[in-house]
Ligand binder design. Structure first.
Ligand code: ANZ
Ligand code: ZN
Length: 857
């Protein structure tokens, strides 16, 4: 017992995270301190959102990190006196559920909701400050009915439409993919090589919003990671230039080409049509039989190629001359027309004017097939200033200095892509590139042969999928009436039961086989009709879920306009950089659509974005197969939620990867135990006289109160944790010496530690708060104001000399101004005594350390 007694003053028992978790979890569930938007709450608002999880199994370390960081921000704003909306839900439709169901012969619904339950249990332990009353699942009919509503709104406005076309097709998943889901020619989900297939599919007209999606990125500058902004910019990919119309011999209609370099129009020496464009087949049709055969063989080989291959500059150029000619609208030249693979059918107009001297791919092609090459931009000529006189040799050819590139792409094989002055170009001669572009567009517009134009890399969003576990598309196909929208009051169109359906991928939707589901009466004419059997891309579900959180249980509307006015846009969005393009682009698009139709008053959904890094292990991405998988459940059981959260926050800047091999949850737990122990030792009562006690500890406490807000708002969570550690150590020193645990500064430091620790370690903080004599919950304690008097910097000593002798030493701020220091020095009694009646003739001030006063003797 004696041994125990020795320790009792310091310990009051040992820090036991499991006991603390078990103690506070039920209290919080009872108190529900994180309900947002309660009636009568007049506090200012913040909407803190984490990208909602996909229920693929239990939570993993990536979730622990992302949700841990989001929770720091949410808790911080609550302490700052805000009504914080911090919701959670599940992105619970999608392929993995279906694939798991097929593999294990279970129902995708059962699999999904079981995983949600599992993640929910883990979340409760981990204790992010969610408003659980707003929980939603996108696979609930109560949610997806509003997906269908959204679809119908877009359909009404012509933004949702159906068309036939070549689409990306994953032969493994047997479904179409959006362009965004094809990564380097492979399926984003399974890694299979993506092929093309001609199918009739549903699209959202995101290209109508391309300009705004691009331009509005400017307003996110500084608030979103610059990497994400530039990825979005590149994905949208706007290029400006001109459309130029070329007459074709033997064809009524002209062919239009898109070019970013209309200034090079006089350098066009042939035309290239995408081999798989309709135009190529039509032109080949008018050629000889031999060409027809050659063209058809070529087309077969092109169809098997991916876009990546086709655009590669490394591959040898291939093509077929179609024995047809286009007429250059500015000089009447006859240009041979070729079909080739390096021109894409679905970009611009699927045909180009080839300018081999100035475009590398055209040059490679011209050199392969012996086509003419004509320089029209002298890239050696300076664009500004005086054109230099170039000396000529005895043949009258220019003599170029050695370091000037030669203007002969035909022999160098290098196209002249740079700026320069126009040559061989009639009315454009002598102009710089920019001016020539302007001039030639003027000329083309005047003659009705072309016009300024722009093109986007962005394509319309293909949203239909031939899979079961998704939102049914609310359209009925009637032989008489065509596409008929399901009347709004008949929503939701519920998914039929999976039992009895063959979910295996086979190229058509499994829903098509659900006879009693698919066959319906046409809402228009009553005749026999069929439901659309495709389901929506799950990115539709996640493109507006942040609005559904505002009134998740409302059965009368998708979202509440007044609530959106109150809470939106989201103040802080937290999630992985893997969503830098798709999810963010689609959410931005839907927000703009809803803005246009009067539902929203803002055009960007997410004001600020934080992308956390990855949690890796031994330098590599974690995976079961590599054997370096760190399981969330295991870590949680071993170290507890708080130590896990502190470890993640302390590991470094949140944007950077965290190598679990380099961090120490054990060290984090030790820090928490140290902080917790102090709260049990504080010997003063809560009503102790403030503003007393150890000054240097008080200074540290108040400096942290003053600095932490900027640090948290700049996502420097690791610095805040380091400062907390420093404060805990300093508190321990004061307890162990001098005034000891009764010192008022110790209580103050311990209370502030608990309040700020709530951001990182809510269980420990709550327990400390109680040990300090307060009621739960520490999460709602207002941020203490730092005392400005305690924030002044430490002073330095300024030496004051009179005629070379030290006469005084002054304690001054290190930032004191020259004038202030001189005034202080002149007022010093030591100086006054030394100067006496003499006249001061010179004062030299070296702030903050030295003042030298000279007198007339
Ligand atoms: C003549 C020219 C001369 C061109 C020159 C470039 C340089 P971005 O920037 O990607 O928009 N092009 C147009 N449509 C195409 C298609 N369907 N497939 C492949 N290439 C296509 O590129 C636009 C340029 O790419 C256009 O400008 C066109 O070539 C080519 F010195 O026209 B250019
Ligand atoms: Zn009908």
């Amino acid at each position: 017992m004696a041994h125990d007694h020795d320790q009792s003053r310091a310990d009051h028992g040992a820090y036991d995270f499991a006991a603390i978790q078990a103690k506070w979890l039920p209290v919080w569930e009872e108190l529900q301190p994180f309900r947002a938007g309660l009636p009568g709450d007049t506090k200012p608002r913040k909407y803190i959102l984490d990208m909602f999880p996909y229920p693929s199994g239990d939570l993993h370390m990536g979730h622990a990190e992302a949700f841990g960081f989001g929770d720091i921000v949410a808790r911080y704003w609550r302490h700052q006196g805000f009504d914080v909306l911090h919701p959670v839900g599940w992105d619970s439709f999608g392929l993995p559920a279906e694939n798991a169901a097929i593999k294990r012969g279970v129902d995708p619904r059962g699999w999904t909701y079981q995983n949600i339950e599992q993640q929910k249990r883990s979340f409760r332990q981990y204790a992010p400050s969610f408003d659980w009353s707003r929980e939603l699942h996108t696979s609930d009919p109560e949610y997806y009915r509003w997906n269908q509503w959204l679809f119908l709104k877009l359909y009404e406005k012509g933004i949702a439409y159906r068309k036939a076309g070549m689409v990306n097709w994953c032969p493994n998943d047997q479904t179409v993919l959006a362009n965004e889901q094809v990564i380097d020619g492979h399926c984003e989900r399974c890694g299979f090589v993506v092929t093309k297939k001609s199918l009739t599919q549903w699209y959202f007209r995101v290209t109508d919003y391309a300009d705004r999606l691009l331009d509005d990125l400017n307003q996110l500058e500084g608030a979103w990671p610059s990497k994400v902004i530039s990825m979005q910019r590149n994905w949208i990919g706007r290029s400006s230039g001109a459309d130029v119309d070329f007459q074709i011999e033997g064809r009524e209609e002209p062919v239009t080409v898109f070019t970013t370099r209309p200034d090079t129009l006089y350098g066009a020496t042939f035309m290239v049509v995408a081999a798989d464009a309709e135009l190529a087949a039509e032109l080949a049709d008018g050629a000889s039989d031999e060409v027809k055969v050659r063209f058809n063989d070529y087309l077969d080989s092109v169809r098997a190629e991916s876009d990546i291959d086709r655009l590669s500059t490394e591959r040898p150029k291939t093509g077929v001359f179609l024995e047809r000619y286009a007429i250059n609208p500015v000089n009447g030249e006859r240009l041979p027309i070729w079909a080739a693979d390096y021109v894409l059918a679905d970009y611009g107009h699927g045909a180009i004017m080839a300018v081999p001297a100035h475009d590398q791919r055209d040059l490679d092609f011209a050199r392969t097939f012996g086509l003419p090459i004509r320089v029209v931009v002298d890239t050696n000529a300076p664009v500004t200033g005086v054109v230099p006189v170039i000396p000529l040799d005895e043949h009258g050819d220019p003599v170029l200095p050695d370091d000037v590139e030669t203007l002969d792409p035909a022999s160098t094989g290098v196209a002249l892509a740079g700026d320069g002055r126009l040559v061989n170009s009639g009315p454009l001669d002598g102009l710089s590139k920019t001016n020539a572009i302007r001039r030639v567009i003027e000329i083309l517009e005047q003659r009705g042969l072309g016009r300024a134009s722009k093109n986007f890399r962005l394509r319309d969003w293909l949203i239909s999928r031939q899979r079961y576990w998704g939102t049914p598309i609310p359209i009925i196909h009637c032989a008489e009436c065509g596409e008929v929208p399901v009347p709004e009051n008949e929503l939701p169109v519920r998914l039929p039961d999976a039992a009895g359906l063959d979910l295996k991928p086979k190229g058509t939707s499994p829903l098509g086989a659900a006879e009693s589901w698919v066959n319906v009466a046409c809402p228009n004419c009553g005749g026999p009709a069929k439901r659309d059997s495709d389901t929506m891309d799950t990115f539709v579900d996640s493109s507006w879920y942040y609005l559904r959180y505002l009134n998740p249980n409302d059965e009368t509307k998708a979202f509440d306009v007044a609530e959106a006015e109150k809470w939106m846009p989201v103040d802080q969005y937290v999630g992985g950089v893997e969503h830098a393009i798709l999810h963010l682009l689609y959410s931005r698009f839907i927000t703009k659509v809803l803005f246009d139709h009067g539902y929203l008053s803002f055009t960007e959904p997410f004001t600020s974005l934080l992308n956390q890094g990855m949690v890796i292990m031994n330098g590599a991405k974690m995976s079961k197969s590599k054997g370096n998988l760190v399981e969330f459940a295991t870590e949680l059981a071993a170290h507890g939620a708080d130590a896990l959260r502190v470890t993640l926050a302390f590991a470094g800047p949140p944007e950077e990867d965290i190598d679990w091999a380099d961090v120490s949850p054990v060290g984090a737990a030790k820090f928490l135990a140290r902080a917790w122990r102090i709260s049990g030792e504080v010997a003063s009562s809560p009503d102790v006289e403030w503003k007393t006690g150890d000054v240097s500890l008080r200074r540290m406490t108040h400096r942290l109160l003053a600095d932490a807000p900027q640090l948290v708002e700049a996502f420097k969570f690791n610095v805040v944790v380091a400062r907390l550690m420093e404060l805990v150590n300093a508190t321990r020193k004061v307890i162990d010496s001098g005034a000891g645990p009764a010192d008022a500064a110790v209580r103050e430091a311990a209370e502030v530690t608990a309040m700020i620790l709530d951001l990182f370690a809510p269980y420990t903080a709550e327990d400390m708060w109680q040990r300090l004599g307060y009621e739960p919950t520490v999460a709602l304690v207002p941020w203490r104001k730092a005392d400005p008097a305690l924030l002044v910097e430490d002073s330095v000593t300024a030496i004051v000399q009179v005629d070379g002798k030290v006469r005084d030493r002054l304690d001054v701020s290190p930032k004191i101004s020259v004038e202030e220091l001189e005034t202080l020095a002149r007022a010093s009694t030591g100086v006054a005594r030394a100067v006496g009646e003499r006249e001061i003739v010179n004062v030299i001030v070296r702030a903050p350390r030295l003042v030298n006063i000279a007198t007339r003797r």
